[in-house]
Design a protein around this ligand. Structure first.
Ligand code: COA
Length: 389
């Protein structure tokens, strides 16, 4: 008998600051309805200099790890496109901060917003062969497009941490998936740049084309149809993008099922709408949002469309497990989002420009008001100084 493998637990972290999209629209001379409806975003996480992808990942992972689980983790697979070093993996810093066993394989995976999906699939295949092992999969990023750019409204940041294990509490991953790669220049960030280059409209078209291709191939491979799905979750750099994806396939469902899928989509975009773009973590925050705000039942099949510009797309599926609500801290996540402080546009712009400098100088960051257990205190001798409180 093959062992069930999938997502056992999910943790999520985003810093305690946000920018209201109505304030940003006013500051940029845009109609707030364009940001809220046209783009589909209400709030955007603002990342202070004391949080980077390593600390955000540690803050997300700390929610789902116990001393016993730490001893069972065989691998840390860290998906990010906001890495802090061209050589050393964020996963190694993370494994150290979390005090994982030295018998841990730790690597970073990069393919734009697709990295965490590569991690999830590699983790699932590993656990299918080693059912006693658990794998920590991370999707953590800071989405930066630049002040006063068209992409500014699609910024954000945070980390999703997933524990992949046999007999998972939340979701059994089904083994069949469909993936598609093409060399496309829709969004990229050469090593000399801190902000990405993007053709947002072209990227949206490539995303929709890739979704059509992998969804068709998935149906061909599995003989499943839209009728077999309770919900579809999408990579959501901004929520309108997934809405366009869903609209592409909705006409193939019955009217009653269309209403169910639309309601599920609303649940799956609720938290992304208030956090903004997570790059690698976006699809998994959307799944968490569905778990939190949807009305799911055991055995229901969920579809996942992952997309990383450049480009790689994948469609896969999983089955909701009976105790899925025990796999995440719903009340804790509600508090995390509700207790954030709104910053003014001026404060956001100041924080945006306060990242660690690129000259390698020693630097001490203004710490002291950290709400999170893990934070970045500065840089000394060209090494980041991480702290736990
Ligand atoms: N009220 C309601 N909707 C409005 C509006 C208003 N007053 N004004 C405009 N809109 C709608 C537009 O009709 C459009 O909707 P549509 O996409 O359904 O046609 C939407 O708002 C966006 O307007 P648009 O003029 O296309 O916006 P833009 O030129 O400012 O660009 C993005 C928007 C998303 C392309 C841009 O923010 C971007 O490039 N973001 C980065 C995207 C990315 O990173 N992609 C790669 C990762 S997968």
């Amino acid at each position: 008998m093959t062992v069930k493998v999938g997502i056992d637990k999910i943790g999520f972290y985003t810093p305690n600051l946000y920018l209201d999209m109505v304030d940003l629209a006013h500051a940029r001379g845009a109609d707030p309805a364009k940001y809220q409806v046209g783009i589909g975003q209400s709030k955007q996480a603002v990342i202070p200099p004391t949080q980077d992808v390593v600390t955000m990942a540690a803050n997300a992972a700390a929610q789902i790890l116990t001393p016993t689980i730490k001893t069972q983790i065989a691998m840390v697979l860290f998906g990010t496109e906001s890495g802090i070093d061209n050589s050393k993996a964020t996963a190694v810093y993370l494994a150290h901060l979390l005090e994982l066993s030295p018998q841990t394989r730790a690597v970073e995976l990069k393919q734009a917003c697709y990295g965490a999906t590569a991690g999830l699939q590699l983790a699932a295949d590993y656990v299918r062969v080693h059912p006693q092992a658990k794998v920590l999969v991370i999707g953590a990023d800071i989405a930066r497009y630049g002040l006063r750019t068209a992409g500014e409204v699609t910024q954000g940041g945070g980390a999703v941490a997933m524990l992949v294990a046999a007999n998972p509490q939340i979701l059994e991953l089904e083994a069949t998936s469909s993936y598609h790669t093409a060399d496309v220049m829709d969004f990229w960030r050469p090593t000399y740049r801190t902000e990405a280059l993007v053709d947002g409209k072209y990227s949206t078209n490539v995303y929709l084309d890739f979704f059509a291709a992998v969804w068709a191939d998935y149906q061909r491979q599995t003989k499943l149809t839209i009728a077999d799905f309770a919900a579809f979750t999408f990579h959501l750099p901004f929520t309108k993008m997934g809405r366009k994806g869903l609209r592409q396939i909705l006409p193939t469902a019955t009217p009653e099922h269309q209403a169910q899928l639309t309601a599920a989509f609303e649940a799956s975009q609720a938290d992304n709408r208030d956090v903004g773009n997570l790059y690698t973590g976006s699809l998994y925050l959307s799944f968490l949002s569905l778990l939190r705000h949807g009305h799911l039942q055991a055995g229901q099949r969920i579809g996942f469309f992952s997309y990383g510009s450049g480009a790689e797309g994948e469609f896969f599926s999983g089955l909701i497990q009976p105790n899925y609500r025990q796999g995440f801290d719903d009340a804790g996540l509600t508090d995390l989002l509700a207790n954030r402080r709104a910053v003014s546009v001026a404060e956001y712009e100041q924080l945006y420009n306060q990242q660690l400098s690129s000259d390698g100088q020693d630097m001490q960051l203004a710490v002291g008001q950290e709400q999170a257990p893990y934070y970045l205190a500065g840089r000394q001798h060209e090494q980041r100084v991480y702290r736990r409180q």
